[in-house]
Design a protein around this ligand. Structure first.
Ligand code: PMP
Length: 321
């Protein structure tokens, strides 16, 4: 994917959607009393917009599916926001167009408990709001191949806080794992769940290639139902004719795998070549990971007509002086 020239990379020029209006990002501010700030009572999404230089548009990847997941989170956290799925998609295209991005971007919707009220833990009594920002975004993991470690932190279990939703507070779990991994010199953490099965990365789903099959942790193992995960499952089955198995994965299976890769909106598809200082297979990106990665990159930038329905075009508007 290319990064276009001439975009507004200075965030001071960007707009946000805040309290029902498009306002300068710098003016999108909340009060220190805001409930979500104290308790993590919000849900968010991470969506990518990929700049297609040839067509002069930003392709927003699987916009609808991201908002479907956000709305499920709203249901759980009793976040009553005044926008339908269609309206959320429209607001997003509008903001991306108004921000006139000509490069790859990250889109961050946030539905949160906006009540300026602390010492109240009753969701049903708290007002909610929705905000949206879009910012330029490049490589998230900082490397094309990953050296990972098994985290000493365990994934939150469903009866604690459901990992199947992108709940703000839950990310402390991911952040502890990512911080531990990076302070120890690794690129990313692999997190196990409460019963010791392999769960996911701090912000990515995990896939293992073993004996020609693709295996990924089942959703009941406290993983986020990733949109990239879904994309890769479909591509592997349809385009490569590979069998995909969703099941619990033992930790030891990782060390013995033919290939491992992580998937996520920010991370794309990135091969894991080392785990806990042991090489995975011969320590290089494997052939299935490489094929799927290439296919995925073409699709997200709108270069594969068969999957163009997963891409929503946003046309940058001219920036007026
Ligand atoms: N797991 C976690 C914990 C995540 O935060 C993410 C990023 N949203 C993913 C998996 C990948 O999900 P997606 O492909 O929808 O970005």
């Amino acid at each position: 994917m290319s990064t276009g020239q001439g975009s507004a990379t200075n965030t001071s020029e960007l707009l946000a959607f805040f309290r029902g209006e498009y306002v300068p990002l710098a003016d999108a501010r909340v009060n220190i009393m805001t409930h979500a700030l104290h308790y993590g009572t919000g849900v968010f999404e991470g969506i990518r917009g990929n700049w297609n230089e040839e067509k002069g548009v930003v392709y927003i990847y699987r916009l609808r599916e991201h908002y479907e997941r956000l709305l499920l989170g709203c249901k759980l956290l009793m976040l009553d926001i005044p926008y339908s799925l269609e309206e959320l998609c429209q607001i997003t295209v509008e903001l991306v167009e108004r921000n006139s991005h000509r490069q790859d971007i990250y889109i961050r919707p946030l539905a949160y408990k906006s009540a300026e009220l602390v010492a109240n833990l009753k969701l049903q009594e708290l007002a909610s709001d929705f905000a949206l920002i879009t910012v330029p975004f490049g490589n998230y993991l900082g490397s094309d191949i990953l050296r990972c470690c098994t985290s000493s932190w365990r994934r939150v279990d469903d009866p604690m806080i459901p990992a199947r939703l992108k709940i703000c507070g839950i990310y402390v779990n991911s952040i502890l794992a990512k911080t531990e991994a990076t302070l120890a010199g690794f690129d990313e953490a692999i997190i196990l769940n409460h019963d010791g099965h392999v769960c996911e990365g701090s912000g990515e789903n995990l896939f293992v290639v073993s004996k020609g099959k693709l295996i990924t942790s089942s959703l009941e193992d406290n993983v986020l139902p990733g949109i990239t995960r879904d994309t890769i499952i479909q591509l592997a089955q349809r385009e490569l004719g590979i069998e995909v198995v969703e099941r619990s994965i033992d930790r030891s299976e990782l060390y013995l795998a033919d290939e491992i890769f992580l998937t996520g909106t920010a991370a794309h598809l990135t091969p894991v070549v080392q785990l806990d200082n042991r090489p995975i297979a011969d320590g290089n990106a494997g052939p299935i990971s490489t094929k799927l990665q290439k296919m995925y990159f073409d699709i997200v930038v709108g270069r594969n007509p068969k999957y163009l329905h997963w891409c929503t075009a946003a046309q940058p508007r001219l920036v007026t002086a």
